[in-house]
Design a protein around this ligand. Sequence first.
Ligand code: CO
Length: 134
Amino acid sequence: MIGRLNHVAIAVRDLETSAALYRDTLGARVSAPQALPAHGVTVVFIELDNTKIELLAPLGDNSPIAKFLEKNPDGGMHHLCYEVEDILAARDRLKAAGARVLGDGEPRIGAHGKPVLFLHPKDLSGTLVELEQV
Ligand code: CO
């Protein structure tokens, strides 16, 4: 059911510093920052040949990554994003298997303009998983 690894997301405190690390020290292609108020984050994408790295920094007062950064002040791996062809079919299959979908369970539009869902880490080997319909 799951397809390619679309991206690995890393939560960071300072987007500029982390983007510069990837661009200047690691020599990667780095996108311009993109504010996603509906998700409470600003994102930068690092384009690798086989996948992407998503740097996430908090945006606004109720950012969903604020608590994560309290626990992980140096930043850290936040989620994995797998591609699926049919996000509603994937959601229903996972729910039937007992996985919990975060939020109201309905897909929202993510950073690539495509529908995304998040699944509870407790149901997925301790890893927050994002599904993106491609
Ligand atoms: Co993501």
